[in-house]
Design a protein around this ligand. Structure first.
Ligand SMILES: [Zn+2]
Length: 68
């Protein structure tokens, strides 16, 4: 039984929402398309660096910190 894949994933790197990483989602590496980004430190929601477990490509989030 096949499940239809109607997610609109497109093969483009410039408009990928990686913010799901901070919600603990598994997101495939944009570089090698084999590995997944893993947080440098846990919990993922407080981690700003994620590194591909296959090729070592990494992404960096600018922290959105509100300073009072
Ligand atoms: Zn990779």
């Amino acid at each position: 039984m096949m499940t239809s894949d109607n997610s609109n994933t497109e093969d483009k790197n410039n408009d990928v929402d990686l913010s799901g990483l901070k919600r603990g989602e598994q997101i495939k590496c944009l570089n090698c398309h084999n590995g997944y980004y893993k947080p440098f430190s846990l919990p993922a929601e407080k981690c700003d660096w994620f590194k591909c477990d296959n090729c070592g490509d990494h992404v960096h989030f600018t922290p959105n910190i509100i300073v009072e």
